[in-house]
Design a protein around this ligand. Structure first.
Ligand code: GAL
Length: 363
């Protein structure tokens, strides 16, 4: 096996066995000198868009060469389990809790055969970084909690008339002109907020946040986690209501927060977006498309969709934008688009590179 010496965005990426890495919609945890890449294990064909195996984990010291560490969280053979084989299990992210010494995984979970109507968050825990992770919860977050950034007048559950007004609405699939952008969080107050595309972010002070597309994908939520990272802490904000941001991936640069997101077009690529705020629960502002360069690709995030921002250990201001080039017809053949984040006037941007390596950050 020849060792990989660079990143080749969009190409097949062989692991230590020469097999294309199978960790889609993933994220990376750096722990004790080693990077661990967790992602959705996909199988061949359209069937691969659902979970038949679980969450795959790989390890690496150099970010180019990844060793297969097996399945960190396996789907269940028990048809009553929330993660029974054939459920939808997407965008897993793992963090380490230094107080409890546990590895904590959050993911977007759809119970089997409900399409995307469940909008649940799954939480799993392990003592060892590569697992096995055990599922401890599958639920809608922030039940009975009002967002921090809505007027007191909106902190009331929907009336029967308001509920009737939205009950038959088709909200699936993306921006809808009739999307009721101030109603869904009130509808879901009692039952918990919808949670689909997601990431986790651990801030410098150890506080962790669950960032998820909520309210039928129309509105992002940023939700503080409890000190053990196992549940919501009961504090969250709504970000850009009705703007339909998906695929959140967080970066902190010189004290400022940046969130890469996408538009909401299913597996099809679309233009990335960059959001920023000076505090995590602050006012989030949309800056536009962070992708630069000639050609049509920049308008579609180089034919990919964000999943995570990977801080490169030991290099200042070095971050890798991680994205997925989905292949829904043959899910296992989805590709990875990893590109270096380039700061222009202290704002992160992304340009295409056919091939690049970490010396990029030494410039
Ligand atoms: C995308 C989302 C993916 C997956 C897909 C299903 O918009 O980012 O994670 O849920 O839709 O169509």
């Amino acid at each position: 096996m020849t060792a990989n010496k660079s990143f080749l965005p969009g190409q097949l990426w062989p692991d230590n066995n020469g097999v294309h890495i199978n960790a889609h919609g993933g994220g990376v945890l750096f722990h004790n000198g080693v990077y661990y890449w967790f992602g959705e294990h996909k199988i061949e064909g359209e069937a691969g868009n659902a979970a038949h195996v679980g969450v795959h984990v790989y390890s690496s010291r150099d970010l180019y060469n990844w060793q297969d560490e097996g399945i960190a969280l396996a789907v269940s053979d028990d048809s009553k389990s929330p993660i029974t084989r054939g459920c939808i299990l997407e965008r897993p992210k793992v963090v380490f809790n230094s107080r409890t010494k546990k590895f904590v995984m959050w993911f977007h979970l759809e119970p089997k055969d409900v399409g995307y109507a469940g909008s649940l968050s799954g939480v799993a825990v392990a003592d060892n970084v590569t697992g096995p992770f055990q599922l401890i919860n599958a639920f809608r977050p922030n039940t009975g909690v009002w967002p921090l950034n809505v007027p007191d007048a909106d902190k009331r559950e929907l009336s029967a008339a308001e509920l009737g007004g939205i009950s038959g609405m088709d909200l699936n699939g993306g921006p809808r002109p009739w999307y009721p952008k101030q109603l869904l969080f009130r509808r879901d107050f009692a039952g918990g907020q919808m949670a689909r595309d997601m990431t986790l972010f651990v801030d410098d002070d150890g506080s962790a946040y669950h960032i998820y597309s909520s309210e039928a994908n129309g509105t992002l939520h940023i939700s503080r986690l409890s000190d053990d990272y196992l549940s919501p802490a009961g504090k969250f904000i709504r970000v850009l209501p009705g703007r339909f941001n998906e695929a959140p991936a967080m970066l902190k640069f010189r004290g400022r927060y940046f969130l890469f997101t996408s538009d909401c077009t299913g597996w099809a690529p679309n233009p990335a977006r960059l959001l920023t705020a000076d505090t995590i629960f602050g006012n989030w502002e949309e800056l536009g498309n962070p992708c630069l360069g000639p050609g049509v690709e920049i308008t579609n995030t180089f034919i990919s969709q964000s999943t995570f921002v990977l801080p490169v250990h030991g290099k200042a201001d070095a971050f890798i934008f991680m994205a997925d080039r989905w292949n829904p017809a043959n899910a296992i053949d989805g590709r990875y688009v990893w590109l270096p984040v380039e700061f222009r006037h202290d704002v992160p941007t992304i340009s295409w590179h056919d091939e690049w390596n970490l010396s990029f950050f030494d410039k």
